[in-house]
Ligand binder design. Structure first.
Ligand SMILES: Cc1cc2nc3c(=O)[nH]c(=O)nc-3n(C[C@H](O)[C@H](O)[C@H](O)COP(=O)(O)OP(=O)(O)OC[C@H]3O[C@@H](n4cnc5c(N)ncnc54)[C@H](O)[C@@H]3O)c2cc1C
Length: 401
């Protein structure tokens, strides 16, 4: 961190949060020759969720960050998606565009560690929780208040602090919403190989769906999505309770599904509620105040039915660093130029994140069996009008860094 002025530490660019977005943004800035620090509240890197699907658009962003080739070695390409409806005995197969689409399921630890290892040492400051942000009345620059009582003054503050973002609160963004559904996620290791085809298989019965996606020849990622009930809150902190509860939820599913969940890797299990920013809010939110903005889930947390939240965070990182690097040439840069760069970033991202969030939301509402018929009709019409080409979202290119 830089020098101190009046007892406060000063830094040019501060990022809050060392998740996918914070690390990717730090790396993008680093590749453009811009120094920053990342404040992470946790003492270590976090890998919650086990694995993450990265589609073509995410790989294009990772190419720009210079880490795609390392990560391609870590997971094999998926060939397509199969949906099986157990109640009606139907099945639908969708190939991933005859090989022109790149979809892989990465272990979260591989993605996070690769981004982290590509950064210079000491960029990430662990155990630094930001509790609030205010603007310095004299300079109009942001001042972060940390939990340990220290404060940091920054020229630019980028909030990559996830769905419950302190920086989003400072920007007075509307509070996030929660869906009455939750997801258990886990990894299962098959030391002798699993022999599953490299495809995403989604099995649905009533209001519960089970996803199964191989990461490589020995590791399988799975999730169980089901309605949220009050007791889920009590089990979400205890792995064994999560396992028992999840097995109960999928008890009528095929035996292999139960076996896969029974054999889970204890470090990988999590039970999460689905949080989102309303897509229509994204069209009007003011994502900047002074030289402060947000990216990743802090800006646009979305329901995971499209599997695009992480890739969208990687795109944010590239677009944000590209725009900042055009204007932030030295520490003497006029704040107005920084604000213009941030406005340009927000302008480039707004429709993209609206479309992703809206498509995720509509897809989710149509997937959930309990959605009332009239709403289902409305969502079907919206989908036909807005998302006729259902895979367009994954062909998006965020451009060069
Ligand atoms: C069930 C599920 C499945 C998903 N599947 C996919 C998928 O297949 N593909 C995909 O692309 N996306 C997927 N997503 C979305 C994806 O996980 C997120 O979009 C992505 O992790 C967002 O990264 P982030 O860095 O913005 O936020 P986070 O991952 O939440 O990281 C935020 C970081 O900030 C830190 N932090 C928070 N507050 C503070 C603070 N006050 N001070 C300091 N540090 C702080 C946290 O500790 C954390 O490290 C899924 C999401 C869910 C829920």
């Amino acid at each position: 961190m830089g020098g101190t002025e009046g007892g406060e530490v000063t830094c040019d660019i501060v990022i809050v949060g060392a998740g996918i977005c914070g690390l990717a943004t730090a790396l993008a800035l680093h590749r453009k020759g811009m120094k920053c620090i990342v404040l992470e509240r946790s003492e270590v890197l976090r890998y919650e969720g086990g694995a993450i699907g990265i589609m073509t658009n995410g790989w294009l962003a990772l190419d720009q960050l210079g880490v795609a080739s390392i990560l391609r070695e870590a997971a094999y390409p998926l060939l397509g998606r199969k949906i099986i409806w157990l109640d009606s005995n139907r099945q639908q197969d969708t190939p991933f565009m005859n090989g022109s689409e790149e979809v892989r399921r990465l272990k979260r630890s591989d993605l996070i560690n690769t981004l982290y290892n590509a950064l210079p040492p000491d960029v990430v400051k662990f155990g630094h929780q930001t509790v609030s942000v205010k603007l310095d009345p004299q300079t109009n620059y942001p001042v972060l208040q940390l939990q340990d009582g220290k404060s940091i003054s920054a020229k630019i503050l980028l909030g990559c602090d996830g769905a419950n973002s302190v920086v989003a609160d400072f920007l007075q963004l509307k509070t996030t919403k929660v869906l009455a559904r939750c997801v258990t996620r886990g990894l299962t290791n098959y030391p002798n190989g699993h022999e599953l085809t490299p495809e995403f298989v989604l099995t649905i019965r009533n209001n519960t769906s089970v996803g199964r996606i191989p990461v490589d020849s020995k590791l399988v990622y799975w999730f169980v999505s089901h309605p949220w009930v009050q007791t889920d809150k009590n089990v979400s902190q205890d792995n064994e309770l999560i396992r028992q509860h999840t097995l109960q939820v999928v008890r009528t599913f095929p035996k292999e599904t139960l076996k896969m969940i029974e054999d889970y890797d204890p470090d990988s299990l999590s039970l999460t509620r689905m949080t989102y920013r309303a897509p229509w809010d994204l069209l009007v939110e003011n994502f900047r105040k002074g030289t402060v903005t947000v990216a990743g889930d802090a800006m646009h947390v979305m329901v995971p039915f499209l599997g695009q939240g992480g890739s969208a965070a990687l795109e944010d990182a590239v677009v944000l660093a590209r725009n900042l690097s055009k204007k932030f040439l030295s520490t003497a840069t006029d704040p107005r130029s920084i604000e213009e760069a941030l406005d340009q970033y927000i302008k480039e991202r707004r429709m993209r994140i609206f479309e992703l969030s809206a498509q995720s939301y509509i897809t989710g509402m149509l997937d959930i069996e309990s959605t009332p018929l009239l709403l289902r009709f409305v969502f079907n019409v919206l989908r036909a009008i807005l998302f006729r080409d259902a895979k367009r979202h994954s062909r998006y290119d965020c451009g060069t860094l």
